[in-house]
Design a binder for this molecule. Structure first.
Ligand SMILES: Cc1ncc(COP(=O)(O)O)c(C=O)c1O
Length: 485
């Protein structure tokens, strides 16, 4: 611990060092110190001997549902900023942040300091108030999207994203006294019975049906693969018309809904970024029919897209927002819902959970927001995201297999196809790219309806240098694989 690099640089992170004149160059200088700067560096072809031993142990001891090591044989040991070392001493650029759990970087020294300070004092408090709990709530209300700002309430439940989804749906059902929920094709909301049924993927749901009843799916604005085979903007957002039809036609077959649940940008669905107008239209439909709109910011929120909440890009104010993943600062489990004050109709004890008082995660979440504000991290995300997107779009012009590049902030996707005209998905290629990038020291993950999307979610503290180095390696890797197929 004493030798760890974050201790060495810790003194740089005392908040009083940051002043109001902080600019982008200075941010680069500051965040430039919190990574293993040699990344990527492969000293032993992964998996090395220690990794092989641990993978073998895991296979023998843990259940078959373990998933991630079946994609890449990665055995992490120590993370710092946007980089991570494996047990054999290889150093990687991390482009997936534990799927957006580590937005503020691995072992961010500033956040870690407050987290450890709290851990030494007190860890668990049910829902008794504590200083950091209320400080975090205050911050969340201040950064809440649109009209929710300072006009909302916060509720903590269980620690996972699925728990936040369950809380939001329960609240909507309580308020409306209705049961049905409308979700969207391509969605992912979790693994508990309700959140699983609100997710669209057949492979997750089929073995467990029947799940919670009364879930209905409407089309999402996935313009690259428009379900109506139309082009935007000539389409006039036909997909949202269909939602309106489902709700307005008394013979559409669906009961009056208790809620509409939507990701402002779909994560697992393949980083689907709806065109301007779609989310606004869903908001208007919800308003017209008095249906609470729940916006799931679990993957796209906490600064990932350059705004605290992705729905802010569309000027849409939700009724309820779900948060988890990076809410816990340095990667601690914590979830919450933020909802408009008028919806605060629950009675004491109407929604519970033992782990709704993880004050260490709360201190960590508070420190993370404070850190991001002090160094204007979201400006960095916007600027770097634009540069990365432009770079990848240029790369895609030369590559026959990149059908589309899309992104907002540091939530970026490459959709891979066998043929740009037919858009036939190329899942095998995505798998090959993931493995080959891993071998070169760049960690990427997959997503998408057909598993053919390379998803990039680097920690937001990544420097321009590391980001561009990682993208270059990714581009070269795709070119090399294209040559051999
Ligand atoms: C948008 C979204 N909602 C909900 C969840 C579920 O979160 P958890 O896995 O913490 O239950 C996820 C997880 O990936 C997600 O991406």
């Amino acid at each position: 611990m004493v030798d760890s690099p974050y201790i060495k640089v810790k003194s740089l992170y005392l908040l009083d060092r940051f002043d109001k004149s902080v600019n982008f160059m200075y941010i680069e200088e500051v965040i430039g110190k919190i990574h293993f700067l040699e990344a990527p560096k492969i000293v032993v072809e992964p998996p090395g001997p220690k990794a092989i031993a641990l993978l073998k142990m895991q296979e023998e001891l843990e259940g078959k549902a373990v998933l991630y090591p079946s994609s890449i044989p990665f055995v992490p040991e120590e993370g710092l900023g946007a980089t991570i070392k494996d047990v054999d001493g290889n150093t990687y650029i991390d482009f997936f942040s534990g799927i957006s759990v580590l937005n503020f970087g691995h072992s961010n020294p500033y956040i870690l300091e407050k987290t450890i300070e709290q851990l030494k004092k007190l860890a668990h408090t049910l829902d008794f108030p504590t200083e950091y709990r209320e400080k975090l709530v205050e911050k969340l209300l201040l950064i809440a999207p649109g009209e929710m700002k300072n006009r909302s309430k916060v509720l903590f439940g269980g620690p996972t994203g699925s728990d936040a989804i369950e809380s939001a749906i329960k609240l909507a059902k309580w308020i409306t006294r209705k049961h049905a929920v409308i979700a969207f094709e391509g969605s992912y909301h979790g693994q508990t019975s309700m959140s699983l049924n609100l997710s669209s993927g057949r492979r997750f749901k089929d073995p467990y049906i029947p799940l919670s009843p009364d879930v209905y799916f409407a089309p999402y604005a996935y313009c690259y693969r428009c379900p109506f085979k139309l082009e935007h903007p000539e389409c006039g957002l036909r997909c949202s018309d269909y939602l309106e039809h489902l709700i307005e036609d008394p013979y559409s077959g669906i009961p009056t809904p208790a809620a509409i649940l939507i990701e402002p940008i779909q994560g697992e669905g393949g980083i689907i970024i709806p065109p301007d107008g779609f989310l606004q239209r869903i908001r208007r439909i919800a308003d017209k029919h008095g249906i609470p709109l729940i916006v799931d910011e679990i993957q796209a929120g906490m600064g990932r897209t350059g705004r605290w909440f992705a729905c802010e890009h569309y000027n849409v104010t939700p009724d309820i927002v779900t948060l988890a993943k990076s809410l816990g600062g340095v990667g601690l489990p914590l979830s919450a819902i933020i909802y408009r004050k008028e919806l605060d109709m629950w009675e004491p004890g109407a929604h519970l959970g033992t782990f709704r008082g993880n004050v260490v995660a709360m201190a960590s979440g508070y420190a993370a927001i404070e850190f991001a504000e002090k160094i204007k991290l979201l400006d960095h995300v916007t600027k770097l995201g634009e540069e990365a997107l432009k770079y990848l779009k240029d790369v895609s012009l030369e590559r026959r297999s990149i059908g589309e590049v899309r992104g907002k902030g540091l939530m970026i996707a490459l959709e891979l196809v066998k043929n740009k005209d037919t858009k036939e998905p190329d899942k095998e290629l995505a798998t090959k790219i993931q493995i080959k990038s891993f071998k070169k020291g760049v960690l990427v993950w997959k997503a998408g309806h057909y598993g053919n999307v390379i998803r990039l979610l680097p920690p937001l503290v990544i420097t321009r240098e590391l980001m561009m180095k990682g993208l270059e390696i990714l581009g070269e890797t795709i070119a090399e694989i294209e040559k051999t197929t």
